[in-house]
Design a protein around this ligand. Structure first.
Ligand SMILES: [Zn+2]
Length: 248
């Protein structure tokens, strides 16, 4: 089974107030440009020494569609790399988010454009199935009009997903779905392939990032994720209410 190490980033920007969703929780997902550049240095050195021995591919993915995507794309390009950008389509052209031309430019520069749903419901799996399909379809269609190519990639907003999430994406014609489970091997659901991702947070140290590349902290990350989802399940009704109030 091929292994994919997909990193999940959000904003890469020096002034956090300029890009993406502005709520307190999102601070955990913001990186200064210097920190991101450091990660790419570490990545490049890692590849020089280790090549791709433990995994088959390493991906840099970015959620939300904040204006800072232009910055992270530019830094990736300095390293000869491309990113995958998942766009919240309802936000296109609004303050702090990419405009249509920006998305087209990213696409023309060789980055992959995907959907991050239309409205970014914080707990996607709390939607009913029809609503899920509608979120994917609307977003896919808007992006297809912008880049004039089929949109095959999507990432799940909020990171919480279930079988319905994957099935609805598949029904909407999404072939590759990225969630936030720290898993290297892809899974399959209907006609879609599901990829896990490893969230790089603002508190992730250079050493932790190196450990992620080496896969040396894999079991710890997976255990933490399991504990987190267990807690979420217990407090689900409250959690759902609070989360869905965000980004309104
Ligand atoms: Zn998001």
């Amino acid at each position: 089974m091929p292994k994919t190490l997909a990193f999940l980033y959000h904003e890469v920007i020096d002034d956090y107030s300029e890009s993406g969703f502005q709520n307190k929780d999102n601070l955990a997902y913001m990186h200064k440009t210097e920190v991101f550049r450091n990660h790419l240095e570490i990545y490049s050195n890692h590849l020089k020494i280790n090549e791709l021995k433990k995994v088959d591919q390493i991906l840099f993915t970015f959620d939300d569609g904040g204006i800072s995507n232009l910055k992270s794309a530019q830094i990736l390009e300095e390293f000869g790399l491309k990113g995958m950008y998942f766009i919240t389509t309802k936000r296109i052209g609004t303050k702090g988010f990419l405009a249509k031309e920006d998305i087209l430019n990213l696409h023309n520069s060789g980055h992959i454009i995907g959907s991050h749903s239309h409205t970014h419901p914080m707990i996607f799996r709390s939607l009913n199935y029809e609503k899920m399909v509608e979120e994917w379809k609307t977003s896919k269609q808007i992006l297809e009009e912008i880049i004039d190519e089929e949109i095959l990639y999507a990432s799940v907003p909020g990171g919480d997903s279930d079988l319905k999430t994957y099935q609805s994406a598949s029904e909407a014609g999404i072939s590759f779905v990225f969630d936030s489970e720290p898993i290297l091997e892809s899974r399959f659901s209907e006609d879609s392939e599901i990829f896990g991702r490893f969230s790089v947070k603002s508190q992730t140290s250079d050493q932790e990032f190196r450990d992620m590349l080496e896969l040396s902290n894999l079991s710890r990350l997976q255990r933490n994720r399991r504990i987190k989802s267990m807690i979420k399940k217990i407090i689900f009704p409250i959690h759902q209410y609070i989360q869905n109030k965000k980004n309104d």
